[in-house]
Design a protein around this ligand. Structure first.
Ligand SMILES: NC(=O)c1ccc[n+]([C@@H]2O[C@H](COP(=O)([O-])OP(=O)(O)OC[C@H]3O[C@@H](n4cnc5c(N)ncnc54)[C@H](O)[C@@H]3O)[C@@H](O)[C@H]2O)c1
Length: 360
């Protein structure tokens, strides 16, 4: 990656705050962009080098912001299913139209590679229980997942000799990041177990959820940036490992088994019908170096050791920036962001262009 100039959107997020130092360590010249929704949350001391940051909404990006970059890794979105349901109209404006707008601006600025973090949640509810691969029809259940499918379609249409988009459908992430998120399943259950010394599930835990550690997502991104064009040009890859398709109940059991005296109780089946198993064979064919180094067991141990190390309290666990829906509700309720999720103070630079023209 030496001498390569890489822009990371969402560099202040859960994945971005691990990815940016990793790219710097690989020798890349990295700049981050983020609008700073969760900047008030920082879980533990982390002295890895951080990139210079531009505070800007992706919807307001112009090609001049992107000139001179070889590659862009695009992480900045409203980043999970429940968050996307908070305001589906704004979710579409940021996640779909904002992402397509960004990709077009990248292409206009001469950026050659665009790595987009899609999600296995595009598979939604897989009624037959078979493993989903990249050729399986998506079945999105939420605005968040719908937008992922639309971005893959519309950014894929921009691919040509000068512009190589790559789509990484990540499994549900887990693991330690200074910009911690407790709204993803393993991190959430580990936090509950640590603070309550029991896991009382609100559901029966039967749905399937493939998992992948945040460090392994970053490995996939680094390899997608480094790979020869032909290996990745306009390709979609599930990111994870076949051995890491878990039922939610199994994830809870793994955590309860590590923490002494942590009883585990299940609830009634939930109304959430998202359940899918995923095949991760394709990424291994195209990016042969790719391996997941982190199992759920190893990740759960990492988190419980971290909680011990920082003396994590129930208050920290419940703090808004670590749970995205809570934080955005707080920003809305206190009037800090407006109906379109732009900051009111200092006033966000709003786009002068019409994003809806980017819809296919
Ligand atoms: N964490 C997961 O489990 C997971 C799984 C699959 C895919 N992904 C995808 O990876 C990407 C990054 O996920 P994450 O977990 O790091 O999310 P995150 O919410 O922690 O980080 C996203 C960052 O983007 C910023 N952002 C949001 N809207 C913005 C806007 N309009 N303009 C500029 N910045 C904005 C936020 O401030 C935040 O710092 C997302 O696209 C997400 O959908 C995440």
């Amino acid at each position: 990656m030496k001498a390569s100039r890489v822009l990371v959107t969402g560099a202040d997020g859960y994945i971005g705050s691990i990815l940016a130092p990793r790219l710097i360590a690989e020798g890349a010249d990295v700049v981050g962009i983020d609008n700073g929704f969760y900047r008030s949350g920082w879980l533990f001391n982390d002295s890895r080098p951080r990139p210079p940051m531009l505070t800007k909404d992706i919807r307001s990006i112009i090609p001049a912001d992107l000139e001179g970059f070889d590659s862009v890794v695009h992480l900045a979105e409203l980043s999970n299913d429940p968050l996307g349901e908070l305001n589906p109209r704004v979710t579409h404006s940021i996640n779909h139209l904002g992402s397509v707008h960004l990709a077009r601006a990248c292409k206009a600025a001469g950026v050659r590679r665009f790595v987009y973090t899609s999600s296995c949640s595009v598979y939604g509810a897989a009624a037959d229980g078979g493993d989903r691969d990249e050729t399986s029809p998506p079945n999105p259940q939420t605005a968040y997942a719908e937008c992922k499918v639309l971005v893959e379609r519309d950014v894929g249409a921009l691919a040509d000799n000068s512009f190589t988009p790559v789509f990484l459908r990540n499994a549900t992430a887990f693991g330690a990041s200074p910009r911690m998120r407790f709204d993803i399943v393993l991190n959430n259950l580990a936090g509950i177990a640590w603070t309550a010394r029991e896991i009382q599930m609100t559901s029966d835990g039967t749905p399937w959820r493939p998992l992948v550690h945040v460090n392994d997502i970053c490995t996939a991104i680094v390899l997608a940036l480094r790979a020869p064009r032909d290996a990745v040009h306009n390709e979609i890859f599930n990111v994870g490992d076949d051995s890491q398709n878990y039922r939610i109940a199994e994830i809870a059991r793994i955590i309860a088994d590590i923490l002494p005296d942590c009883p585990l109780r299940f609830g009634a089946p939930s109304g959430d019908n998202r359940s899918y198993r995923t095949s991760f064979a394709k990424i291994r064919r195209h990016l042969p170096e790719f391996r997941c180094s982190w199992s759920a067991q190893r990740g759960a141990r990492e988190l419980l050791e971290l909680f011990q190390h920082i003396g994590m309290t129930a208050e920290t666990f419940a703090s808004p920036p670590f749970t995205r829906l809570k934080r955005l509700r707080e920003l809305i309720d206190t009037g800090q962001i407006d109906a379109d999720f732009f900051w009111r103070y200092p006033t966000d630079l709003r786009p002068s262009h019409d994003l809806s023209s980017h819809a296919a």
